[in-house]
Design a protein around this ligand. Structure first.
Ligand code: SF4
Length: 320
């Protein structure tokens, strides 16, 4: 039997009203994550992926749309979510240097969520959390600024695990770290996902990272999802011109990978400002395949094969 959805996002919009105009950071997206699945949400800086993360975790309230956790619509609860919900959905931020309180030692950092969620036997639980993330017990007296960046991120992960969550939002959890430590953190996250049957919304700008990690990959561009597919199909049959542009620029290790990689697609310009989103298809100002219709009409998301969705005038919806 197929797993049910742990998270379903429907028509989610998050707009910011600024002096320069309306920033449509998230502009009508749909996402679903099954229990125990890893969904990779990939995009360049400014695509809106971190806004999705903060909205799902309740740091931002949606402008409109639904965020359904299991069967409960939690979108309108924002920061007023119940303790039980906060326990279930946790986030690991990009930069552990700023997300850990420098005035607290490791024991105190890990004790906070245990107190908030009413978890007893805290000394024992803190030892277990440190063991889980392979940090020595005697680190409890250290402060974040006394340990390395990788160790700080492991403490952030331990803090997120303290409430026994089901869904972790991982917001670029390795991008602020040295390359040497990134693989260790990724392997640890994969092991934890298996051990605790966690579901991950894994936010990243690093598409190549998703190849061996994600069950499903979704690409975000200027507040919208432009392509989404199961991982294998995504990497073997990328269709959206933006996906092809991203994939053509990632390094490969083997000839087999080189064979399926799209031929080099020239990258045109930078991602436009989300205050001035181009008309029609928002990618048209950078797309080498653009047609007349592209600057006039915004394409709709079409399912072009089972579970493979593309938002581009080049592709049409299949009969299902
Ligand atoms: Fe390119 Fe047009 Fe497709 Fe947009 S709709 S990605 S501009 S071909």
């Amino acid at each position: 039997m197929e797993n049910s959805n742990i998270l379903t996002i429907k028509n989610l919009k998050k707009y910011f009203f600024t002096q320069k105009g309306i920033v449509k950071a998230v502009n009508d997206i749909d996402i679903s994550i099954k229990e125990g699945e890893i969904l990779g949400l990939v995009g360049e800086s400014g695509s809106g992926k971190t806004t999705v993360a903060y909205t799902v975790v309740g740091l931002y309230s949606p402008t409109s749309g639904e965020i359904i956790f299991r069967n409960q619509n939690i979108g309108n609860e924002g920061k007023n979510r119940s303790i039980k919900l906060k326990q279930e959905i946790q986030i690991v931020f990009q930069d552990p240097g700023t997300s850990l309180n420098p005035a607290r030692n490791i024991y105190q950092i890990l004790e906070v969520p245990l107190k908030v969620h009413g978890i007893k036997n805290r000394d024992k639980k803190i030892k277990e959390l440190l063991q889980t993330v392979e940090i020595p017990e005697d680190y409890i007296h250290k402060y974040p600024q006394m340990i390395g960046g990788g160790e700080r991120q492991m403490i952030s992960i331990a803090r997120a695990l303290a409430s026994n969550p089901s869904l972790l939002i991982l917001d670029e959890p390795t991008s602020a770290l040295d390359v040497s430590i990134q693989a260790k953190i990724i392997n640890m996250l994969l092991q934890l996902q298996k051990n605790f049957n966690l579901s991950y919304l894994f936010i990243t700008h690093d598409l190549s990272l998703m190849r061996n990690i994600a069950s499903t990959v979704s690409i975000m561009y200027l507040g919208k999802i432009c392509e989404s597919a199961k991982c294998k199909e995504f990497f073997e049959k990328p269709l959206h011109p933006y996906t092809q542009m991203l994939l053509s620029s990632i390094p490969v290790l083997t000839d087999a990978e080189e064979d399926i990689k799209p031929k080099k697609v020239k990258s045109i310009g930078e991602i436009p400002s989300p205050v001035n989103i181009p008309s029609g298809c928002s990618f048209h100002s950078r797309c080498s395949k653009k047609m007349d219709i592209c600057s006039k009409e915004d394409p709709i998301m079409a399912e072009i094969s089972a579970g493979h969705f593309v938002r581009c005038h080049l592709f049409k919806q299949i009969e299902l």
